[in-house]
Design a protein around this ligand. Structure first.
Ligand code: CUA
Length: 156
């Protein structure tokens, strides 16, 4: 009889531990799903081309002083293929990836963003001088990594 009682206690203890374990996993998964990397915007990487604003990559005027540039990175290039922005205006770059992690790094500027599938990264920059600016991918992303680049034309 005593053994039977102990078995019941241990069984109860085992079930309790299992429930506790599952709830910790559940809470962790919930927290992770809803706040990856401290409140970044998220996106379904499979539906980038159907999800605003990435359904319309390119330069969009927001107001007289502010432009938004929507960019989709993928192996091994950037959409849109040509980027043109005005000099002396606030440019808000918004990037995401459809496949693996890339970067969007504009040479000779402080714009050096990770482009992570499932996340939307944003960086503001104002170009002081017109000209062509080279953009490269700084994150190794596969066989075409070294060819992954584009240019931004900054116009008066
Ligand atoms: Cu994309 Cu390296």
């Amino acid at each position: 009889m005593h053994f039977h009682k102990f078995e019941k206690i241990w069984l109860g203890f085992g079930i309790l531990s299992l429930l506790l374990f599952l709830s910790i996993i559940g809470v962790t998964a919930f927290a992770f799903n809803h706040q990856p990397s401290g409140g970044l915007e998220t996106i379904d990487p499979e539906k980038v081309h159907e999800t605003a604003p990435f359904d319309n990559p390119g330069t969009h005027k927001i107001n007289d002083d502010t432009y938004e540039v929507i960019i989709v990175a993928k192996a091994f290039g950037y959409e849109p293929p040509e980027i043109k922005v005005p000099v002396g205006k606030k440019i808000i770059f918004k990037v995401t990836s459809t496949d693996v992690t890339h970067s969007f790094s504009i040479i000779n500027t402080n714009v050096n963003m990770m482009v992570v599938p499932g996340q939307i990264n944003t960086k503001e920059y104002t170009f002081d001088k017109p000209g062509e600016y080279l953009v490269i991918c700084n994150e190794y992303c596969g066989t075409g990594h070294h060819f992954m680049k584009t240019t931004i034309e900054v116009i008066e």
